[in-house]
Design a protein. Structure first.
Length: 489
């Protein structure tokens, strides 16, 4: 990536990155270190895992993976597809093999999380070699998260999908920061650069992350609300008159696509998400809401190319955005696996292989994907809101220790001073996820209910571990006098 001259930097960029922006490049030894950490974590997970089926969803999930059926809503197709491959391992019984699969998922979540941490910890301090101040905090935080209470428990024999979900979130964050780096690296190019290849990959990873559970949705929402606008503001700030003129030329098209997007969201929420039960007559409206925007963008992009209109950055943005949406939808088509398997199992004689629900038609599939069986959440009364927030906080503390939480508190402040955008994004993702999960579940405060609901928060504990890494880096920098609290005279 080419880096541009600081003399032409915008005031906005200089206020966010006063020391410039030199991203950390992943090198061969980073991959080796990540792989060694992964092997150590995997060894511990397998040595401590359950030998077969345990209480909870383990039996159901193991059965559905083996039968290639639909798991309980939303179905978890990617979990089932990959899990089936592990059932062919010549070790233990089927449940043990599925537990090994879950252990692998948890260990490789640490692989991607470690590389993601290096990206942030190594900003503007890439020395081209192993660094005490970059690698040691990342290694320590990787192990802290790997052996946090719930993540270790989930990865060592639960038979559940949460470790795979965390793996996908870690991989998504790694792709997301690569996208951001490319956007920022080409910020001053005369021709606006929208990181087309990374946008396509990012769209695919966003869709793929939702094929195991819908928990990553809030990371995607935080991206749309915080990271994407921030990156675009940095790129377009202090642009010349030609940039503004090109935007004015496409102002009508921009408004039309904004209206199309609003209509799509409205229809999807009304006919799909907020609809207590999706019927066959709702399916056309849902499909229309899904394909309205990408099809419109595709028709517009093809028309611009055929008419050979004057080059305009808005057209390039629409083209990139369009490809990202199509890749998101392409990844989500994995849910059609549930349709295919339901049709394959239907004609078999009784007793049929077990599968949760008859997902042969799109109306049943959409109900399954949107978890209609569970209703619309825990109700609208929030008499225990303060207690719920406190409970969620204490669940987080119990994953680590109070000392770790103190280090994490220092770390989030240090991250903010070093990388404001990613501090805001990660904090925003945590707040949005916690509040909306509380809103959706609205759980009771008894110990049994909390023990069940706390499993949803593991991927957020990963971000707490990120803050712990920055806390460690702060103390290392302080001890080496890279930080000074003395005022300059």
């Amino acid at each position: 990536m080419s880096m541009t001259n600081a003399s032409v930097e915008s005031k906005l960029f200089e206020s966010i990155y006063p020391k410039g922006y030199q991203p950390y490049r992943i090198k061969w030894f980073d991959i080796v270190i990540a792989f060694i950490i992964t092997l150590i974590v995997l060894f511990v997970f397998i040595k401590t895992q359950a030998p077969s089926v345990i209480a909870g969803d383990s039996g159901e999930l193991t059965t559905e993976v083996y039968n290639m059926g639909a798991c309980h809503p939303p179905g978890y197709p990617l979990y089932g597809i990959i899990g089936k491959l592990f059932t062919f391992l010549p070790i233990g019984d089927i449940a043990y093999r599925v537990n090994v699969y879950v252990a692998f998922s948890g260990a490789f979540a640490i692989f991607f999380f470690f590389l993601f941490m290096l990206k942030l910890l190594g900003l503007n301090r890439d020395e081209g070699k192993i660094s005490l101040f970059v690698h040691l905090p990342a290694i320590a935080a990787a192990f802290v998260f790997a052996f946090s209470y719930d993540f270790w428990s989930q990865s060592s024999g639960s038979g559940k999908f949460y470790p795979l979900n965390t793996l996908l979130v870690a991989a998504l964050l790694l792709v997301m920061i690569r996208w951001y780096e490319e956007i920022i690296a080409f910020r001053n190019e005369g021709k606006l650069h929208f990181a087309q290849r990374m946008t396509i990959l990012l769209g695919f990873m966003m869709g793929l992350s939702l094929t195991v559970h819908q928990l990553p949705l809030w990371f995607i929402v935080a991206y749309a609300l915080i990271l994407l606008p921030a990156a675009m503001f940095i790129v377009v700030s202090d642009r010349n008159e030609k940039f503004k003129q090109e935007l004015k030329q496409r102002s009508t098209v921009v408004i039309l696509f904004l209206i199309a997007g609003a209509v799509s969201v409205y229809l999807f929420l009304k006919q799909g998400y907020f609809n207590p039960l999706i019927l066959k007559e709702n399916v056309p409206a849902i499909l229309f809401s899904i394909f309205l925007l990408p099809v419109s963008l595709t028709v517009y992009t093809i028309s611009v190319k055929l008419l050979k209109t004057e080059e305009n950055w808005v057209d390039q943005f629409f083209e990139t955005f369009m490809m990202g949406i199509w890749m998101f939808i392409f990844a989500m088509t994995l849910y059609l696996y549930l349709v295919v398997r339901a049709k394959a199992l239907a004609p078999l004689p009784d007793p049929k292989p077990l599968s949760w629900g008859d997902t042969q038609t799109l109306d049943v599939l959409f109900n399954h994907m949107m978890r209609k069986q569970y209703g619309m959440g825990g109700g609208s009364e929030f008499n225990n809101l303060a207690g719920q927030i406190y409970t969620v906080f204490m669940v987080t503390v119990k994953q680590f220790t109070w000392i770790h939480m103190l280090v994490a508190g220092i770390g989030i402040v240090y991250l903010f001073f070093k990388e404001k955008i990613w501090a805001l994004y990660t904090l925003g993702a945590i707040v949005i996820s916690y509040l909306l999960l509380i809103k959706f579940i609205n759980f009771e405060l008894d110990a049994r209910t909390v023990s069940i609901q706390k499993q949803y928060f593991s991927q957020l504990h990963m971000l707490v571990a990120l803050y712990i890494a920055f806390g460690f880096q702060f103390f290392l920098d302080l001890s080496s006098k890279k930080i000074s609290f003395k005022r300059s005279t």
